[in-house]
Structures are given as C-alpha cells and as structure tokens.
Design a protein around this ligand. Sequence first.
Ligand code: NAD
Ligand code: MG
Length: 395
Amino acid sequence: MENIAILGSTGSIGCNALQVIKLHKEKYKVFALTANENIDLLAQQCVEFEPHFAIALNQEANQKLKKNLLALNSKTIVLEGDESLDWIASHKDTNTVISAIVGAAGLKPTMAAANSGKKILLANKETLVMAGELFVKAVNHSKATLIPIDSEHNAILQVLPQNKKMNYKSNGIRKILLTASGGPFRTFSKEELLLVTPKEALRHPNWVMGKKITIDSATMMNKGLEIIEAFWLFDIPASDIEVIIHPQSIIHSLVEYIDGSTLAQLGNPDMRTPIAYALSHPERIESGVLGLDLIKTKKLDFEAPDLNKFPCLGLAYKALDMGHNAPTVLNAANEVAVDAFLNESIRFNQIAELIEFCMDTIKSEPLVSIDTVLDVDKKTRYLALSWIDSHKLSA
Ligand code: NAD
Ligand code: MG
C-alpha cells in the first residue's frame, strides 16, 4: 500500500488525482490532504478518503474544518500551522507527495519532500521555475524520485527510453517539442489583445484548470514556465526546447531523436492520464479516460508560436539565458501580474510588460539557498506591486 499526501487536494489537479486514486484503493492510501480554503470540499474528501491528517492553510477555514469533521465523526486529525505542509511532505509514513498547490506557496513543502527522499509527483511547476537548480540537487542528493504530472513533461517521460535517467545527452535526443494549444486568444491580433477581459481569458478552449494556470495559458506564460520546467527536468539546453502550437491538444508533446525519429504521446486532453502514469510509472493503470477516437478527431494542426503577440514566451527563454535569479523574478512578477489582471488593475498586455520590467530591474544574483529564493520572490512582489500602483491609471 502506497501512502499518498496530496498538497492542494481541492484544486483541479488534486480532484483529478483523487478520482484516479479512487479507482485503485487497493494500491493507494490517502495519507494526508491539504488545501487553502474550500472547506466543504476538503471535509467531503476527508470523509470519503479517510486520510490520517488534513489541514486548510487559512486559519479561519481550518477551525471550520475541525468543527465539520468532528460533527461528521471523522477520525482525520486536523493539523495547525504553516509548517504542517512541510511536516506532512517529509513524514516517515508518506511515500508519495502529489505537489498540486498553485504558485510559489508550493515551493517549501515540495522542497521538504525532495529533502526527505520522497516520490514526488510534480504538478507545481513553479517549484522548478523558482528554484530549479536547488530542487534538482535536493532530489538527487536524497535519491528522491521526481515524476512530472504536467501533461507535456509527462508525455516526454512516456516517450523517453524507459528505465534510464531523464537526461537527453545519453538518450540520443536532438530536441524536445512542447505542444501548446495557443489558448483562447491564439487567433487574436495584437490590437485585439489590448482589450481582452479576465472573463474571456478564463475560457480555455480545451482544458478545465485553476484560474492562475488558465490565465498563464492565455498569455502563453504557461508554456514559458514549461520551457523552464523542461530545462531542469530533462537537463536539456534551452536551444533544444521548441514550442509548437497545436490547437487540438491531442499530442501532448514530442521528442525528436538523432536518427530522425520523432515520438509523440497522444490522448484526450484530460489530466487523469498523466496523473495515472505518474502514480504508476513505469507501469500503466486505468485512469478513467477514454481512448482517442482518431476518426472523429480527423486532423491535427500545427503552427509556429507568435512571440510578438505572446511576449511571455520570449521572456521565459530570456530568463533561462540570464540564469541565476531571473526565473524566480519572472515567476513572482507573473503571479502578481496575473492577480492584478484578474482584479482588473492592469490590462492583458501589461502582464508581460510588468514581468520584463521586474526582470530588468532586480539585480542578478546566484540562488544559494531556498531562503535566497524566497527573498528574491518577496522583493519582486514588492517591486511589481509598486509598478502596478504607478501604472494603474493608464489601464
Ligand atoms: P487550483 O487553483 O485549481 O488548485 C490549487 C490548490 O492549491 C487548491 O487546493 C488550493 O486550496 C491550494 N492552495 C492555493 N493557495 C495555497 C496556499 N497559499 N497554501 C496552500 N495551499 C494553497 O490549481 P490547479 O489548476 O490544480 O494547479 C495546481 C498546480 O498544478 C499549478 O502549479 C499548475 O500550474 C499545475 N498544473 C495544473 C494543471 C491543470 O490541469 N489544472 C495542469 C498542469 C499543471
Ligand atoms: Mg502543461
């Protein structure tokens, strides 16, 4: 029996993971569930999956969770305090950590899992963007296992030679092709993009996901973050990571080998497939997802990304090129910008402007520890908020 802790269980990835686990109760035991708020759902999950531990990070919500679970006669112990996530992630009885918190809040507990040698199923790509080098070092040092849930990286893992290290040099890989749907504004002109609203940006054509990643998909920063994620996961130079627009989201990514072969993983756009593969890797288990109907799909389209219309993509390559703390700055500025766009303090096109401003302003420094990373994150947020204050009126 594998004990699983899900960090961010009430989110889109968390809920999908529980659906897959539900199909394999003889194999996987839910050991702990965590969320920020959404207590009714968390309480319901606790009743259904009977974890040993649960916590809602929001204190008020956590008190409510305690009361609800008591009333429901649940045996789940409700923990308290910010350190609880790290404690769960490194608990001796936790075998596997599903890292599915959104944003920078996922970094510390995911690092705790890495430092204690756990099997980490990583959805929280922000961890690799903020602290890729330190995180990969911690994984290697403790002999933790790192498996990506992100559909593109999971697809790449599926088409890499199995039972080998995820390293391109020894595997005859020429390049990695990350597919991107292009988001809801793929066909918009640059002028039209100036006027798009949060409501329009939240309407993703193919995937149902949390708000932050949905906006990231609209700006294409999601693909930018995924370039950085691939860079650290597969130890491949940025110049060998290519993005290709594929509006149907059927091919989840491809690997081109030196012999001219290109291998792809295809499937319906449903996160239960990569979650199931991450859980059972290198075996395969039922995920609840139907197979592809290629006759109905009819055709698969591809186009080159337009970096002029979607500058966030170029900013990700620039951050990798700048190195050191630049990806950390990019991530923090993006999180602040996405929030500001959602509450209509800035326009869509200002998201990229703000990120670039922060990248050009914050001094480059090496990331020597997680504290340095958190410090850069904090500084960037402060700078980004003051930029928003002075640009608000032009919105
Ligand atoms: P979501 O917003 O639906 O869920 C986020 C979860 O994190 C919730 O349980 C929420 O309560 C919790 N959370 C939020 N803030 C927190 C905080 N400060 N402290 C502790 N917990 C907090 O997000 P999602 O769409 O499930 O995405 C989660 C992660 O997975 C993101 O990093 C995203 O980029 C990545 N991802 C998501 C998808 C997808 O299909 N949704 C696909 C690939 C990768
Ligand atoms: Mg993805």
